[in-house]
Design a protein. Structure first.
Length: 180
C-alpha cells in the first residue's frame, strides 16, 4: 500500500481526503481514517494486555530459560523481603530500601539480557507506561509506524465496490509468529 489523496467535492478547493492505494495495480483506494483507527485499536489493546512486557523478550536467544528463572527468583525475593519488612515492626527502612535496590538492579540486568534489542527499543516505553493508550497518542507518527510494524502485518482486503460504508473485517491484522 501507498498513501495519497483524492480531491474533495467540487467547489471545496484544496480539501483532500487521505487514501491508501494499492502499489501494484492501483485498483484499491481506501480512506485512511477508519483503517488507522482499526489498527490503532488493535495496537492499544495488545499493548494494554498484562503479558505485553513479554513482547520485549527475545525467546530465541540462548540461555533465555535460565534468565527467566533468575528473574522469577529475583521477583520472588523482592516479594519475600517486602512481606518480611511489613511484618517486622523493628525493621530498618534504610536496610530494606538498600536490599530491594540491589535486587532490583540485578533484576534489571537479567531483564536487559533477555530483551530483544530491536523490539525493546521500539516498545519499551509504551509497554511499561501506566496508560499505553496515552503513551500511544504521545508518539510521533514515525514511531507509531514502527510500533505497528513490530506488532503486526496489516493487509487491506477488497471491500465492496463503490462508496460502501467501512467494514473493519476488510482490514486483516496479523501478529508476527510468536507475538500473538
Amino acid at each position: 500500500m501507498t498513501s495519497g489523496s483524492r480531491g474533495g467535492p467540487k467547489g471545496t478547493r484544496g480539501l483532500t481526503t487521505p487514501l491508501y492505494r494499492c502499489r501494484t495495480t492501483k485498483h484499491l483506494a481506501r480512506g485512511t481514517e477508519p483503517i488507522d483507527l482499526t489498527v490503532e485499536e488493535y495496537v492499544i489493546r495488545r499493548l494494554s494486555r498484562p503479558d505485553a512486557v513479554d513482547l520485549l523478550l527475545d525467546e530465541t536467544a540462548p540461555g533465555t530459560e535460565e534468565l527467566r528463572a533468575k528473574a522469577v527468583a529475583l521477583r520472588s525475593r523482592i516479594r519475600s523481603l517486602t512481606d518480611e519488612f511489613a511484618d517486622d515492626d523493628d525493621a530498618d527502612a534504610a536496610v530494606f530500601k538498600a536490599a530491594t535496590r540491589r535486587i532490583k538492579a540485578r533484576l534489571a540486568d537479567v531483564e536487559a539480557q533477555m530483551a530483544h534489542p530491536q523490539r525493546a527499543r521500539i516498545l519499551v516505553d509504551i509497554v511499561t507506561a501506566e496508560d499505553p493508550a496515552e503513551a500511544w497518542k504521545d508518539l510521533t507518527l514515525d514511531r507509531q509506524r514502527a510500533v505497528v510494524g513490530t506488532l503486526a502485518t496489516v493487509t487491506l482486503l477488497p471491500g465492496r465496490p463503490g462508496r460502501a460504508p467501512f467494514d473493519p473485517r476488510s482490514v486483516r491484522i496479523e501478529p508476527p509468529q510468536g507475538m500473538g
